[in-house]
Write a protein that binds this ligand. Structure first.
Ligand code: COA
Ligand code: AMP
Length: 630
């Protein structure tokens, strides 16, 4: 069957399509049906099946004779080490950690926060939680203590599993002090913490609260997999919304297993025994779906990469790892390729390695600009598949499903909808627009298995954020169009989310931090175009009347403030002081117009503007920052 037949088969009978897909999962009790729509517009999948994620990702492969196959390959150019863990070893390690968690009272449904760098133990911690039905929430290491504290208060974990440190090029990230500070700041206190002591930095443990990874597991009875309901949450993953309060995306067990298993074969063309690598971080959804769960559910080998595309030690590191691990499908963010392309425009580093096994390169996380895609196509000589999805969906909404059929590529488009997704481009009134017309991208409900059923402890926010604008649809927050051939083009976000180096960030959250500075009366943060990172945040600060401090000083403090409160990942380095912000007569800040001026695009004076002269002041301020660049 080709793509069209597969998509039509789903359209004709979604229930049968997903029940067939569910056959590839080991259920303790099979679900009686796929879709549970009794609480529409909230939907669930496979709710009455009983199943365990860890069993499907680890134990069943051992049982099927794959015990000696490498499950996780740790490639750490930062520590100059390479280490493989077989499925059998993984099973032993995960069962032991799960047993220790259980012995300390962690039960099905309890939350556990995981705050770890790119080491195999991060995946082991995730799997150990899933093994006993505990709900993990991984927090990205580039976030500061405050962000961790917000997540602790939101999901109220019984335990936190962390590492002593993370390693960025030229800098040790001191996780333990960040963790201690976060617990100090949070109202909710975890009962205990488990700390994986890395040899690069051994952290000081707090007696009675902190246990060392190995000591914690000493002498415990390994835990068996606990079957859970199909609609039991396997994890919560926080993502940026319009405010400083992140959204806790919930993932249900049954749909997650079915959708990831389906996607590994049909999108990435990966099956048991194959080798797959997603160069992302466990703190992001790509890390959840395609570093940890997807490849392991499929019985493939996954790579945990602790390094950067350049500088660790050179721009050939990706190709070396692909060669040495004989990677078949590789997934990264366009920003990583842009960084490599900048240092290796002629692909000289690529030529040094034998990439015979590589069949395709997958890109996601941000718009894949044509120049980067074409560079990769030319130098790698394999299909470059842009695919579009979000934390909320957990797997691709649109892609070129090379495991089914390699469709013709259109550079600039993540291709076509995957089964389960009925993508519509809507005008402001919620009516579908014609091909080629720009609009809000929405997905007809229900969303397929594996996508978010709700937000953690925030059902009303879930409905308001995603379901209310266009009744009957899920609003993606992206704008774009579909062409005559049904290919999708993603052009921009419709909200205050920006994408910096493939990292999803909220300008609203940054504004909240800036507004907390004692001299700042009002502020705006916008995302401006950046050649390397796609977008970069830029702040405009209006100071309190009577504040006579040098502007440079306030700007510096604001930059540190965002780094300290949100984290280095916000990459907030550009800000300027202005007298006033451009607003509509009803008081809405005209951020979109500011972005256009900063990017040097054509712009029209908004009809609703209160005082047009302010835009001249903004233009001057931007010039002071060196914008527009071209
Ligand atoms: N822990 C702690 N700090 C982290 C971190 C982590 N896991 N990840 C990033 N940071 C820090 C970086 O050290 C940097 O700090 P600095 O301001 O002290 O330099 C800051 O956060 C910004 O990081 P980043 O935006 O990643 O920029 P960079 O300059 O370190 O690297 C690229 C630039 C393009 C090489 C890099 O962004 C990259 O490879 N990105 C890949 C993106 C990706 O895989 N995204 C996943 C989405 S699917
Ligand atoms: P995240 O939830 O961090 O995965 O970010 C999701 C957002 O990143 C999407 O809503 C898009 O705005 C953007 N995005 C992800 N993949 C793509 C892509 N292939 N093309 C364009 N934008 C993308």
């Amino acid at each position: 069957m080709g793509y069209k037949e597969v998509y039509s088969a789903w359209q004709a009978d979604p229930e049968k399509f997903w029940m067939d897909a569910a056959e590839k999962i080991d259920w303790d009790e099979k679900p009686s049906k796929a879709l549970f729509d009794g609480n529409a517009p909230l939907y669930e999948w496979f709710s009455d099946g009983m199943v365990n994620t860890c069993w499907n990702a680890v134990d069943r492969h051992v049982e099927q004779g794959r015990g000696d196959q490498i499950a996780i390959m740790h490639e750490s150019p930062i520590t100059h080490s390479t280490k493989g863990i077989t499925y059998k070893e993984l099973q032993t390690r995960v069962a032991s950690l799960a047993g220790a968690l259980k012995m300390r009272g962690v039960e099905k449904g309890d939350r556990v926060i995981i705050y770890m760098p790119m080491i195999p133990e991060a995946l082991e911690a995730m799997l150990a939680c899933a093994r006993i039905g505990a709900v993990h929430s991984v927090v990205f290491g580039g976030f500061a203590a405050h962000e961790l504290a917000v997540r602790i208060d939101d999901c109220t974990p019984k335990a936190i599993i962390a590492a002593s440190c993370g390693l960025e090029p030229g800098r040790t990230v001191h996780y333990k002090p960040l963790l201690d500070e976060a617990i100090e700041q949070a109202e909710h206190k975890p009962e205990f913490c488990v700390i994986f002591q890395r040899e690069q930095e051994v952290a000081k443990l707090i007696e009675g609260r902190d246990f060392s990874w190995h000591g914690f597991q000493y002498g415990v009875k390994p835990a068996e997999c606990v079957p859970v309901e199909g609609n039991h949450p396997v994890y919560i993953l926080y993502t940026s919304g319009t405010t400083g309060q992140p959204k806790g995306v919930v993932r249900h067990t049954g749909g997650h297993l079915v959708a990831l298993q389906w996607s590994m074969k049909n999108i990435y063309n990966i099956e048991a025994g194959d080798r797959f690598w997603a160069a992302s971080d466990v703190g992001w959804v790509v890390g959840h779906s395609y570093i940890c769960y997807g490849p392991l559910i499929a019985g493939a080998t996954t790579v945990v990469f602790e390094g950067k595309p350049i500088g660790t030690p050179h721009p050939g590191v990706f190709w070396r790892i692909i060669q040495n691990n004989r990677i078949k499908s590789f997934f990264t963010a366009p920003t990583a390729l842009r960084a490599i392309k900048r240092e290796d425009p002629n692909g000289e580093w690529i030529k040094r390695y034998a990439l015979h096994d590589l069949q395709a390169l997958f890109l996601a996380g941000e718009r894949a600009d044509p120049a980067t895609v074409e560079w990769a196509q030319k130098h790698l000589g394999v299909p470059v598949v842009d695919h579009w999805w979000q934390t909320e969906t957990g797997w691709a909404i649109a892609a070129n499903p090379i495991g089914i059929e390699e469709l013709p590529t259109k550079v600039g488009s993540p291709s076509v909808p995957m089964p389960g997704y009925d993508i519509q481009v809507l005008d402001e009134g919620g009516h579908p627009v014609e091909a080629g017309q720009l609009g809000a991208i929405a997905i007809k409900l229900p969303l397929p298995p594996g996508t978010l059923p709700t937000l953690w402890n925030a059902e009303a926010r879930f409905k308001k954020s995603y379901l209310e604008q266009f009744p009957g649809y899920y609003e993606t927050g992206d704008a774009g169009y579909v062409d005559e051939d049904g290919y999708l083009y993603i052009m921009a976000r419709t909200d205050d989310v920006i994408n910096v180096a493939g990292h999803r960030l909220s300008t609203g959250a940054m504004e909240e931090v800036l507004a907390g500075h004692p001299d700042v009366a009002e502020c705006a943060v916008i995302g401006v175009a950046d050649d390397l990172k796609g977008q970069t945040p830029m702040g405009f600060l209006c100071l309190n009347s009577g504040c006579n401090r040098p502007h440079g000083e306030v700007v510096k403090e604001c930059v540190s403030r965002v780094r300290e409160q949100i984290g280095p990942v916000a990459a907030f380095k550009l800000a300027t002081v202005v007298d006033r912000l451009p607003k509509t007569r009803s008081g809405k800040i005209l951020r979109a117009t500011m972005v256009k001026i900063a990017d040097g695009q054509d712009w029209k004076m908004p009809a609703t503007i209160d005082d047009p002269a302010i835009l001249d002041e903004i233009t001057e301020a931007l010039k002071g920052l060196g914008y527009p660049k071209k």
